[in-house]
Design a protein around this ligand. Sequence first.
Ligand code: ATR
Length: 283
Amino acid sequence: MTDLFDFSQRVDRYAVMGNPIAHSKSPRIHRLFAEQTGQRLEYEAIQVDAGGFTQAVGNFDSSGGKGLNITVPFKQEAWELVTARSARAERAGAVNTIIFDAGALRGDNTDGVGLINDLRNHNLAVAGKRVLLLGAGGAARGVLGPLLEGKPAELVVVNRTPDRAVELAAQFHDLGPVGGCGYPALGDRQFDLVINATSASLHGELPPLPDTLLADDATCYDMMYGANATPFQDWARQHTATTALDGLGMLVEQAAESFYLWRGVRPDTAPVIAKLRHEMQTA
Ligand code: ATR
């Protein structure tokens, strides 16, 4: 007999797909958002093997899934797979959020707005600032558009492989004053806001930054995070940055924007960031 009040049938399903995925904080974050906002939903982490992404998304869709977060290494594949893209996803060349919408797969990218909102959490604005973005891979590409919308005085993309920086900057010229170069070309130029979008911190490494890089009262932001300060945060403190932040806030903020796209409700991010920070430091 069918149970008319079987609520398990009615819980909306969401997930994050990536590889590796076991240590993803997204399920924890979205469950905290759901609890806080009284939304009934399930959110799981799904590991997908190389070559299996399209199939995995199709399976999730046909099992009644409502939305997905996509992480490394599938953001570009997701961009190709979706049937419609937001303007910011189109620009970013990567999709980190999919909305299943009556047979359509709508793709968005909330990474850039996540960074901007976390900067705002710390009362940091981009307007009028000299901004340096380290790296020219997917992470850098995802935040370039929203950074330029913040109207910096200038934005320089610097990369170990200079051609990638020049090429990336050229694709965003129409949005504002942006250029690309290699590290030696920075010379003694100074910046107010330096954002690390390289994967160097993942390997305990540091890009080759000139000692004179930081202007007075500079902010450094590493898009990576961990229980301890990243090598870039250590460098920032040694070079007297006023503020040296990691990317935990950005992670929670990009998740909040995805949650809003799916549910139409904006969670309060501050208590979730604080909770995750505490859990990370006491784990
Ligand atoms: P993601 O999608 O995470 O950005 P990616 O596309 O592989 O990953 O890009 C990684 C970025 O980190 C690149 O800009 C890379 O520089 P190269 O283009 O020269 O490879 C940069 N990167 C990685 N390790 C680095 C290090 N030790 N020093 C400086 N830059 C580094």
